[in-house]
Design a protein around this ligand. Sequence first.
Ligand SMILES: [Zn+2]
Length: 275
Amino acid sequence: MAATNDRWTWVVGTASVGTLPSYPGRRYGDRVGYRIEPGAPESRVLLHVPHAATAIPPEVRAGLLLDDAELATELAAMTDAGTDVVAAGAAERARIRPWAFVNELSRLVVDPERFPDEREAMAAVGMGAVYTRTSDGRPLRTDEDPGLVARWFEPYARAVTELVRARLDAVGAVTIVDVHSYPVQRLPYERGGAHRPAICIGTDDYHTPQWLVDLVTGAFAGCGESAVNTPFAGCYVPLAHYGVDPRVTCVMIEARRDVGPELVVPGLTRLIDGL
Ligand SMILES: [Zn+2]
């Protein structure tokens, strides 16, 4: 999926998914690393797009053990390219525009979806909040955390938390929809099952009620088969709310990368409209 993104015209492959209005989002040039795209005041939906970007600040790039060709290969494997475009297309089409929180930096800087501590199972393969291994197990960094958690992970987590709290104050409940894609071929780092459905639905025991799973399954029926927590599991909830706040529900959508935006965008739009 090739994406071009100049913030005005959003195109994935051959399918135009629409034109966005300009938002007062903060850009990477401001050294923030994420942007918030405001939705309707009454929306209870927050789209979270953590893995779409490829940008790596120069001082972070300098700490990676890959040459430029190797880095390009790793970014191609690990980036959920075009998921920001998919989210924007669905946001534009939805009856009530959802809010969106978009990571503008590569997950090779920090992965905002991982626990920054010993709770993170993926740390065992060098892929905790700060990756030390590539997707095929080669060394990515020598230093486990050259200040990246404090510089990038924690401000990002605080900003998501603040946005969720603001939306809870405004409308009383929030559903976080985590928007991802995943490769057709299994990558060596993966720990999940072998089954690779068109749509993988990631759930959390506490934060994902069955009605939400059913809603996702129906919304994405046009994409092909869906399955729950295979090959990837879980969904993103800010730690302040994790396991303690039933007003925050969540679900993760992982679209297999051969499922085109012409199918995923309408599916995501149906999901938003059903929430
Ligand atoms: Zn992802």
